[in-house]
Design a protein around this ligand. Structure first.
Ligand code: NOJ
Length: 541
């Protein structure tokens, strides 16, 4: 059986460009990242997901790749990548990379050749039409693109692009394209990666514009990718970015023969609705709406990622509630469906509520993932355009440029946050390292305790009844052991009665206190405003 290491990994996503600059040119690089591995190891991270670091014209933050077999020269060399991989492995940290094959950059040699010559073998690598379809699907970035079809003057035909027009979609039905994708996977697996994040997975397997495309056949490509992966590595995994409705989850998990892991977009938006309402019900509804997945499958939970906080699956009144609570101004929103802020500003810097949110995310059934800067409570910069607001430079110290780079400020790859409550003079790794009460030291402890509770990653979950609607309580059981987490989503203290199975006592993990039942299966748990408690119980006793 496959090693299910990913079920209790502590994942961390980062962009090499914004993490650490080693040579003072203002751009983060692999040598800088390698230098910072001890910070990540110290925190307890066990798996990194690197955002695209391939050569790219950077129309879409690297998600427009022009060479799948190289490192963007601004970020280093393949040699630097291999050295980084060695150093990560030495620290027990696995590495996953982004596989962006729904589309290429229009600067990719395949795209250039396809546009220049209708008879080129690369023409069918992309999707073309002479006539626009009557009914069009909506582009993913409706504020910038009006259509998913763009007219190409040179070859006098329209090509498909779900994202920016500089990102032509690949024709996945073409066996030659499938072979190219296997080759790319094979290359990075040889360099030691532990898996791939499949970018834009739902778009990859749509047959839009592909003549005679058979949906089932396209979906089967997910199984073929997995077969290829397993033929080259015994434990590498596929993680899909698929923000789809529950009836579609089975397309991605298959019978346990497709994706190993999916981002839990559904639970993410339900968590934010629960936080906005200060009520557990939306989270309970969210969890209950997730169908059972194959044993090998797993959910990857997160608070924020590098895009907007996507609330598109919520009903419009629910969306308005979350907007009202966390993004009251128009400038804080994007695409009409999301929030372009980081968590701490959304929660007005309330450190109890910030801890509550991460404690909740870390205990939800699945694998937890942080994003760079989450550990120190970094903020956002709403003066930057679109999703750039949450992609500012990592803040290492109170030195110029937040210790990210010694370059003059004007050369920095992206702006740093230097002013206000989230400026690097207050919010940075070095300062928080020294402060025993900092978010970073708390996060390290949270990670340590999460590692002691594999039940949250692998167990059967169950919602526990409570008499307080603002309290979310759940229990996860695995191999005869159980862990319980209780979260008060409200801004007022309460004493919640929790109904569990019959346990002799609960042992609190954050403060090592023991609770006895008040009677039978009922425990009385005091919680401060935004308070949380994690417990261990031994079901064998
Ligand atoms: C999803 C990525 O998360 C996003 O940043 C990107 O713009 C699109 N895929 C297109 O690759």
């Amino acid at each position: 059986m496959k090693d299910q290491w990913y079920k209790n990994a502590i994942a961390y996503s980062l962009d090499v460009e914004t993490f650490m600059d080693s040579d003072g040119n203002g751009i983060g690089d692999f040598q800088g990242l390698t230098h910072c591995l001890d910070h990540l190891a110290g925190l307890g991270i066990t798996c990194l997901w690197l955002l695209p670091f391939y050569p790219s014209p950077n129309r879409d933050n690297g998600y427009d790749v022009m060479d799948y077999y190289n490192v963007d020269p601004r970020l280093g060399t393949l040699g630097d990548f291999v050295e980084f991989m060695y150093q990560a492995r030495e620290r027990g940290i696995r590495v996953m990379v982004d596989l962006v094959v729904n589309h290429t950059s229009n600067q990719h040699p395949w795209s250039q050749a396809a546009g220049a010559d209708k008879n080129s073998k690369y023409r069918d690598y992309y999707v073309w039409t002479d006539k626009l379809p009557e009914h069009e699907v909506e582009p993913v970035f409706p504020d910038v693109e009006r259509s998913v079809w763009e007219y190409d003057e040179t070859s006098q035909a329209y090509y498909l692009h779900h994202f920016y027009k500089e990102q032509p979609d690949l024709n996945i039905a073409n066996p030659a394209v499938q072979e190219e994708i296997y080759k790319i996977m094979g290359f990075w697996l040889e360099l030691g990666v532990s898996g791939f994040r499949i970018d834009a997975a739902p778009f990859l397997i749509t047959g839009i514009g592909i003549e005679g495309a058979d949906e089932k056949c396209l979906q089967n490509f997910l199984s073929h990718m997995r077969e290829f992966l397993s033929s080259r590595s015994i434990d590498a995994i596929l993680l899909a970015e698929a923000n789809v409705t529950p009836d579609k989850f089975s397309v991605y998990f298959g019978d346990g023969d497709r994706m190993d892991m999916l981002f839990n977009f559904l639970l993410n938006r339900h968590m934010f609705l629960a936080l906005a309402r200060q009520q557990a019900a939306p989270l309970i509804d969210g969890l209950k709406s997730i169908p059972k997945i194959p044993q090998i499958g797993q959910w990857l939970n997160f608070v924020r990622n590098h895009d907007e906080l996507d609330l598109s699956g919520l009903a419009s009144e629910e969306l308005e509630e979350v907007f009202a609570a966390f993004a009251p101004e128009e400038n804080m929103r994007s695409f009409g469906r999301g929030i372009r802020r980081r968590l701490p500003p959304m929660l007005e810097g309330n450190c109890h509520r910030i801890e509550l949110t991460y404690s909740l995310m870390f205990s939800l059934p699945g694998t937890p993932m942080l994003r760079y800067g989450d550990e120190i409570g970094m903020g956002d910069d709403l003066s930057l355009e679109g999703r750039e607001s949450v992609r500012t430079l990592m803040q290492w110290s109170d030195e110029p440029n937040g210790g990210f780079s010694t370059s003059p400020e004007k050369n920095l790859a992206k702006p740093t946050i230097s002013q206000g409550n989230y400026g690097y003079t207050h919010v940075n790794v070095a300062t928080e390292q020294r402060d025993p009460n900092s978010l970073m030291n708390w996060m390290e402890r949270l990670i340590r305790i999460r590692k002691q509770c594999p039940e949250f990653g692998r167990g059967e979950w169950q919602i526990l009844e409570t008499d307080e609607p603002c309290v979310f309580a759940h229990c996860c059981e695995w191999q005869g052991r159980a862990a319980i987490a209780v979260h008060n989503l409200a801004d007022r203290e309460c004493i919640a009665t929790i109904k569990t199975k019959k346990y002799k006592h609960l042992i609190e993990l954050f403060c090592d206190r023991q609770y006895e039942p008040i009677e039978g299966e009922l425990f009385s748990i005091p919680l401060s405003a935004y308070g949380y408690r994690w417990f261990r119980v031994n079901t064998m006793r």
